[in-house]
Design a protein around this ligand. Sequence first.
Ligand SMILES: Nc1ncnc2c1ncn2[C@@H]1O[C@H](COP(=O)(O)OP(=O)(O)OP(=O)(O)O)[C@@H](O)[C@H]1O
Ligand code: NI
Length: 309
Amino acid sequence: MLSLHDITLSFTRYETGLIRKELPVLNGLDLVVKKNELVGVVGASGSGKSLLAHAVLGILPANANLTGTMEFKGAPLTHKRQQAVRGKEIALIPQSITFLDPLQRIGEQVRRAAILSGVDKKTAILRQKAAFERYQLPPSTARLFPFQLSGGMVRRALLATATVGNADLLIADEPTPGLQPQIVSESLSHFRELADSGKGVLLITHELDAVLHVADKIAVFYGGTILEEASANDFDHGGKNLRHPFTRALWEALPGNAFKTSFFSREGPGSLVQGCPLYQYCAAKTDLCAIQPPIGRRLNGGFVRCHNA
Ligand SMILES: Nc1ncnc2c1ncn2[C@@H]1O[C@H](COP(=O)(O)OP(=O)(O)OP(=O)(O)O)[C@@H](O)[C@H]1O
Ligand code: NI
């Protein structure tokens, strides 16, 4: 359904004296989301996950330079097509709550999203009511404006807005922070249902724990690229089928597993280095890792970008 190949993204910045600086964010990224599939993208804060979502939707800021190929349902996802499919065939649950229209009542926004995705007015009303019920928004909130809702309610309104239509691909960017555990687990199982009903779901998060239960496949994101693509089952049996040392470290950090902190750092802009992005932190590194970025390859039914896997 969605196929991303060799996606590279940088920002142009002008510094004093009009010196142009390129700030790399994404680097040679490949990712596929199929019909019926829920793919979790797990990565540290600031590693470029939201920008990846924005790249697919065509809503990057003007100083972003994007290269690579994107396909949606087998045809190139050009800028024109992105505009045509946004909110219709591809829906986003944004990380930022500022994506709601501040001047439109919540109920109208959810109904408008349903209509945009191709359902008639009557159905839109029914769908809006069902979405409100699913995300525990009392019917009376339909008449309120976003500023009149609590932060948690705004998040639930965003969930309702993105899932009310018929989008074939749902991209959820950290959709559940600050929500009650019950609503978190309900929205995750709703994403699973959507995938089971023939949609594709891309779920972006920094919590591996939460997505593991619902995802088919996990893409581990670091330093602007995907280090490993593993099936959710690869995390079973003590994670012994995992390919990359970083993914194993993520596995170790799951509740109930032995926690090692040595591997983790905050990823900042411009931190892409000559060799492996994990060179500084990796316990399994060799000299090659310092000078040559590992090339991605298929391994044991998954994907890995590591010289030593
Ligand atoms: N318009 C911009 N110009 C320059 N740099 C930017 C711009 N927008 C984002 N960045 C930088 O790109 C990097 C990736 O940002 P992004 O929001 O995609 O990270 P993220 O993985 O979604 O993080 P989080 O988990 O905190 O949401 C960040 O370091 C951010 O500062
Ligand atoms: Ni983000």
